[in-house]
Design a protein. Structure first.
Length: 568
């Protein structure tokens, strides 16, 4: 039962006046839209305010988030995925009963259709459009999963399956294998199809969970039967050439397969946990090519610095950032730019993630003593012009890298730090003398990855003053800028985002920064000087990409320091 009109609720719960509401009604009438659609399209009301208003108007409960506990894969699998996405509704289990969550209670037809499909009377709940879409993407069972689970449940002798051997063959052609083999193939195929970078198989006391990381965000794929756990693990271990009898210590391995003729390299890590062994698989597309440097999204100033730095005859160039920030991809793009018959490039990596034609790539093997440092010593006797070190992990590796730079080599490497300026402090903490840092480091690139807005469905909106205050933006500029927010469509799996892009912070070892390095100055002073010398901070480069309509304020602030933090 509708108690109040939407306009009345707006008057009570927002700062809008009766005059504003009348103006909105008039404008929406001219645009042949409902008041609700008009406000949403023009960013005049937030999704959450909208949902809360509906909640009060229809006297139904508003839920802030849809948890994994509420999402029942069996319930979800009864409804076509396309139907849920198209109408932005989702059935869940709420307080021990089936409920239907909607973002628009006025849209009665799909609600009636869903009740008919599920049977019986159902309770209604209201949530935001983004929360419902996120829940559908996270928890809806993968295509074919229902049948897969049924086959596994019927399998009598799970432990005695002949797993066979795996060579580099197309797993899509392995349809007649045992259910457990088909399950592993299904997990791998769906991960590649969805553009996942990692697969997580996690055992808990009463369940087994499979999750994918897509564009940096974790999504629950499905829950295989707990009884399939041992067989699933054994199959993966055999594929990765691991010891299937060893369950007490961590193991690492590698799987090479093809999916629809696309070669995929998978790094596998198995870790013993409380209720079994946890598996994480990193997917690497061997057919991937690395884009030209100018396509990575550098500003003109930053691209010019990178271009000058990589043609230096010697020195060190460092790419920094946390795990999963795209450092390796940037390094490979630089290497592909430098790669030519006239130069000798040798790399030492753990592991070698992508094969590059014309480059000597050394795989670290700690178990036989082939460490970064040991490999580097040998590499320097191979007459290289350019040396790429996967990561400066310790003092010994950093020391040899510096010696290589001092003896006429260009060294490229990565380091785990939070900002470009923090790299200096980190190297000093590792025991490297400041004068060596000042004389060898040429440039430091800090980077983060943010999700890229889907060009097909992104929508202009007006951000709140609170969000804008956190950006280093001139208030006079705001009126002329267009900001975008994610919406969701079939092209982007209704997330509003497609792929990721990097934001950068590039610090040059200027005379002033070198002087501060020699004085062992703290990170804040080094950053202040680098900014004076022209460095653009991560949040500023992020703002540049927000202005271009490539990403959102929330994405940038999630990975880069806010304006308040910079000033403070």
């Amino acid at each position: 039962m509708v108690k109040k009109t939407f306009a009345q609720i707006l008057l009570e719960h927002t700062s809008y006046t009766q005059q504003d509401i009348e103006a909105f009604k008039s404008a929406s009438g001219e645009a042949h839209q409902s008041l609700e659609d008009y406000l949403l399209e023009h960013g005049l009301i937030k999704d959450e305010d909208f949902a809360r208003a509906y909640s009060e108007q229809f006297s139904v409960t508003f839920i802030e988030t849809i948890t994994e506990k509420m999402a029942d894969p069996e319930l979800l699998s009864k409804v076509p995925l396309k139907f849920l996405r198209e109408h932005v509704i989702v059935p869940i289990r709420y307080q021990d009963q089936i409920a239907i969550v909607t973002s628009n209670p006025y849209d009665f037809q799909p609600l009636d259709d869903l009740i008919l499909l599920l049977g019986g009377e159902k309770r209604y709940l209201v949530s935001t459009r983004s929360h419902i879409i996120d829940a559908i993407n996270r928890y809806y069972p993968l295509e074919g999963t229902k049948q897969m689970i049924e086959e596994l449940e019927e399998e009598k002798e799970m432990e005695n399956v002949d797993f066979g051997t795996i060579q580099e063959e197309d797993i899509l052609g392995m349809a007649s294998e045992a259910p457990i083999i088909k399950l592993v193939n299904h997990i791998l195929y769906q991960a590649v199809k969805r553009g996942s970078s990692d697969i997580h198989i996690e055992p808990f006391e009463k369940e087994l969970r499979v999750r994918y990381r897509i564009d940096g965000v974790m999504y629950t794929a499905f829950l295989p039967p707990k009884r399939a756990q041992a067989a699933l693990l054994s199959r993966i271990k055999i594929m990765a050439n691991m010891n299937i009898a060893e369950k007490r210590i961590p193991q690492d391995g590698r799987i090479q397969i093809k999916i629809a003729d696309k070669p995929i390299d998978i790094r596998v890590s198995v870790l013993p946990v409380s209720f079994g062994e946890r598996v994480v698989m990193r997917l690497l597309d061997k057919s991937k090519t690395f884009g030209a440097l100018q396509k990575l999204g550098f500003s003109e100033r930053d691209y010019s610095i990178i271009e000058q730095s990589i043609v230096q005859p010697n020195g060190i160039m460092l790419i920094t950032g946390p795990t999963g920030s795209g450092k390796t991809s940037t390094l490979y793009s630089i290497l592909s730019t430098l790669n030519s018959p006239e130069v000798n490039i040798v790399t030492v990596e753990d592991p070698v993630e992508y094969q590059m034609q014309g480059i000597g790539q050394v795989q670290v093997k700690e178990s036989i003593g082939l460490t970064f440092a040991a490999a580097l010593r040998s590499i320097l006797r191979q007459d290289p012009d350019i040396v790429m070190i996967g990561e400066l992990r310790d003092q010994e590796t950093a020391q040899i890298a510096i010696q290589a730079a001092l003896t006429g080599h260009l060294v490229l490497s990565t380091l785990h730090t939070n900002s470009a300026s923090a790299t200096i402090t980190r190297l000093i903490d590792m025991g490297i003398e400041p004068f060596l840092i000042a004389s060898t480091i040429v440039v430091v690139v800090a980077q983060r990855l943010v999700r890229r807005l889907c060009d097909n469905c992104k929508r202009a909106y007006k951000p709140t003053s609170v969000a804008l205050k956190r950006l280093p933006i001139d208030p006079a500029e705001i009126e002329n800028l267009v900001f975008y927010e994610p919406v969701g469509c079939d092209e982007c799996l209704h997330t509003g985002y497609r792929g990721r892009l990097a934001i950068f912070e590039i610090m040059v070892m200027t005379h002033a920064v070198a002087r501060l390095t020699l004085e062992r100055a703290d990170t804040a002073l080094i950053q202040e000087q680098a900014v004076k010398d022209g460095m653009t901070l991560l949040v500023e480069d992020g703002l540049r990409k927000i202005k271009k309509g490539q990403t959102t304020i929330e994405e940038v602030l999630a990975v880069a320091a806010s304006h308040e933090g910079i000033q403070g």
